[in-house]
Design a protein around this ligand. Sequence first.
Ligand SMILES: [Zn+2]
Length: 237
Amino acid sequence: MNATSEQRMASRDAELELRQSIIDACREMAAQGINQGTSGNISVRTDEGILLTPSGLPYDRMKPEDIVAMKWDGSWTASTGNVPSTEWRFHLDILKSKPEVGAVVHAHPIFCTIIAIMNRSIPAIHYMIAAAGGNDIPCAPYAQYGTAELSHAALNALRHRRACLLAHHGLIAVGPNLRKALWLAVEVEVLAKQYHGCLQLGPPPLLPDDEIDSILKRWGQYGLRDSGTPKNAHQSS
Ligand SMILES: [Zn+2]
């Protein structure tokens, strides 16, 4: 076997692994309770474009070959005749315009969606808000699913953040890799649940901006709000 065919095999193995990691993450979303039915979708970056979940296929039946490969120009192939998730546009646009992002997780978690229906951002109720890169999780204005308008609104909300809500819709979380994007999606749903609970008691007191800046500094994130991920965030109490 020559070097080129070895390289080709290695890259095929790497892609198969990536495809399986998307399926595992879909099942993990269900296990963590952040997904409703097949509404969630996931993408990861490859050399040529993105790998993306297909539209409307139950996660327990999904196989690596069902994952759709999409090029940067939006053209796509799927060996099993699947079509890309209806939300392919914001997945592609986010990965195209944010080179530090390696994976995008989208779902309709109950508490994130409740806050998003109310057109609210999640404010700095808890220091873990800093995991998304700043002092809030912004809510992008409503636009119909699958449209360029929604993609534009999401990109705008994610300009200085790694997560945002979508009004009357759900959540987007991004990360340098799929594991971190999924971790953040679960964390944002916890924050949304906490915020929802606080609102039952009255307007919650918020942490000041300089405290969030101080947390970002401890995580080595200050001034790097568009990149990286908190190293110790999951260990803190
Ligand atoms: Zn959606």
